[in-house]
Design a protein around this ligand. Structure first.
Ligand code: ZN
Length: 608
């Protein structure tokens, strides 16, 4: 046959990083059989995994349609949907898309490299989402781009490995789940349990690629063994290394990561320093998502509604549990020591205890409102919002401990995850809002309603001390020893010195050297005195303060002392009298009990 069968014809996309210097992609979408009533097209309003309406259509600079040589009128129906006039196929829509967002969620293009997520550039052909897709990636013209290569988990059709050319996806859902990097990245490969893995690093760096591959292989094999096999036949880490940055987004067979180049392992690095630990933790997090959220999904995401917010109360399980396992996997895989793991856990507890919002918002609410709260933080966020990542990971810890204790070590949260995998991940059915709780009760063999009500639907404190004790870990709280004390470690200072350190109840931002208040904590001394976020403090008791000397200046006083504060607000100099407070014992230090129990060994050293 000269024309493809109607049922089998692919939607054809063609993408060129046409004008890197102007950050413009040219993208075509050709529909072989457009809707006779007038084909509609839409660009997603958000990207799965990042729960914020981003309205990618705002970056469409121009758009037009044609059928053969004939121009076809396009009308815009709403913020992200277009409709072509009725016409015979094939119908081609061409767009220019502006790409200057160096994040894992958008698209970026300059003369050094190109990165994009399909959600930024590929139109959804409404009503034909299940059609096969083909993508032709075209090398930009000019010698400058002659050495560019392509890294993506998208399946090749005619393209040679790492080259421009023809790629394919089974449907639109898959098409937008394979981000693409084009440029002169560093490339290294390894196999984990037989599955080929690539790591492509964009940006200047001096990473020890051999070390990186060795450690990632170990990490990925831990994850694959945990779940009982890999659901993907290849995997790609797309890394952008910058001066300062941190972020990741999960996909079905790849992840896009943004990291500080200093977080990558330098040649000769002994052990795993804190920076590299951060990077490995990020890799571990996104890799765990390959199962938990990319395949085990909330029913609310099956399918995704790409036009609007998709609400679920379950992000504590998808992001929180993933945050629990990301660092735990590093410990279990032997990439960090148990003591290092406790330090990370202690910091995570510290962070929660310093978030007043934990007493205002429940985890279920935090998840539901992620779109308008967690993803849109402002000056009041610490007072009003609790993180479903941080608190969710500690709920996982408590639940893990509870199940291990109740079943005398026969079962654990690992079994809950594997039950979710069999029941939802492998079947494609969405997890109902109570599905994780039911799976946990099934595994534990007891009712857990009271635990979940308290952990998810109330703002009561989590039973952390009790749950850690069951795992053979002591949990102590002390005041912070400095503004940069993130917890997790004992302090060398005596308890009396820590208790004598006064607090104003603020988080400072360094605004070109000035002491600007980023957050004013509920119930703190600054709030009681009338100070607000955004105020620039210029003097305490008549002496100038800056971002640099602020902590030392406040540190000269004692809790209960009254200080006079001069601050600018809207360019007006205002005076406040504040009574400094005693520090809260909100800094957590964890320690193993001298005799390691079988439960604890199973928790940290689990060999599968
Ligand atoms: Zn995540």
């Amino acid at each position: 046959m000269s024309t493809p069968a109607r049922g089998n014809a692919a939607i054809r996309y063609r993408l060129i990083p046409a004008r890197p210097e102007a950050h413009l992609y040219e993208v075509e979408c050709t529909v072989p059989f457009p809707d006779p009533a007038g084909q509609r097209f839409a660009l997603p309003a958000w990207i799965p995994g990042s729960y914020l309406v981003r309205d990618f259509a705002k970056h469409v600079v121009s758009i037009r349609a044609r059928s053969g040589r004939r121009e076809v009128p396009l009308v815009k129906l709403d913020k992200n949907t277009w409709q072509a006039a009725p016409c015979e196929g094939p119908l081609t829509v061409s767009m220019e898309v502006y790409a200057w967002d160096l994040s894992v969620r958008g698209a970026h293009l300059d003369t050094n490299h190109a990165f994009f997520n399909g959600t930024s550039v590929f139109l959804r052909v409404i009503g034909q989402e299940t059609r096969r897709c083909e993508v032709e990636l075209v090398r930009p013209a000019g010698r400058r781009y002659a050495a560019w290569r392509v890294a993506t988990a998208m399946r090749r059709k005619q393209a040679r490995p790492y080259d421009f050319g023809l790629y394919q996806a089974a449907d639109y859902d898959e098409l937008i789940d394979h981000p693409v990097e084009m440029g002169t990245f560093t490339l290294a490969s390894f196999k984990a349990r037989g599955v080929p893995h690539d790591i492509a690093i964009t940006g200047r760096h001096e990473a020890d690629m051999e070390r990186l591959c060795r450690d990632l292989k170990r990490l990925c094999e831990w994850h694959i063994d945990f779940w009982g096999g890999a659901p993907m036949d290849r995997y790609v880490f797309l890394v952008t290394a910058v001066g300062e940055g941190y972020g990741g987004l999960e996909h079905r067979a790849s992840t896009a990561l943004l990291c500080s180049r200093d977080d990558l392992p330098r040649p000769g690095l002994k052990g795993t320093d804190e920076a590299y630990r951060t990077f490995l933790g990020l890799c571990s997090h996104e890799y765990f998502h390959t199962w938990n959220v990319k395949r085990i999904k909330p029913a609310a995401f099956v399918p995704y509604d790409l036009d609007r917010e998709n609400h679920t109360t379950l992000l504590w399980a998808f992001e929180g549990f993933t945050s629990y396992y990301d660092d735990l996997a590093l410990a279990r895989a032997g990439l960090i020591t148990p003591a290092e793991y406790l330090e990370i856990l202690g910091r995570s507890i510290t962070q929660l205890q310093r978030t007043g919002g934990r007493l205002k918002q429940t985890l279920a609410e935090s998840s539901w409102d992620a779109w308008i709260k967690f993803y849109r933080p402002d000056e009041n966020t610490p007072n009003a919002v609790v993180s479903y990542y941080g608190k969710g990971s500690l709920v996982a810890l408590c639940l893990d401990s509870l199940i291990r204790e109740r079943t005398r070590g026969r079962k654990s949260l690992d079994d809950v995850m594997r039950l979710l995998w069999r029941r939802y991940g492998q079947t494609g059915a969405g997890v109902p809002e109570d599905g994780v709780e039911r799976a946990a009760e099934e595994v534990a063999g007891v009712r857990l309603r009271a635990f979940f009500d308290r952990a998810l639907r109330a703002t009561a404190e989590l039973p952390l001390k009790e749950r850690l004790a069951a795992l053979g870990v002591d949990c102590l709280f002390r005041p912070a020893e400095s503004d940069s004390d993130r917890g997790g470690k004992p302090s060398a200072k005596p308890a009396s010195a820590l208790a004598a350190r006064p607090t104003l109840g603020v988080k400072l931002a360094n605004a070109a050297g000035a002491a600007k208040l980023q957050h004013v904590y509920d119930g703190g001394a600054a709030q009681a005195a009338g100070l607000s976020a955004g105020d620039v403090i210029v003097a305490i008791d008549g002496l100038r303060v800056t971002a640099r000397n602020f902590e030392a200046r406040v540190g000269r006083y004692k809790p209960g002392d009254r200080v006079r504060i001069h601050a600018f607000r809207r360019d007006e100099l205002l005076v406040f009298d504040a009574v400094l407070q005693a520090p809260a014992a909100d800094t957590c230090v964890l320690a193993f009990r001298p005799r390691r129990s079988a439960l604890q060994r199973a928790w940290l050293d689990e060999r599968l």
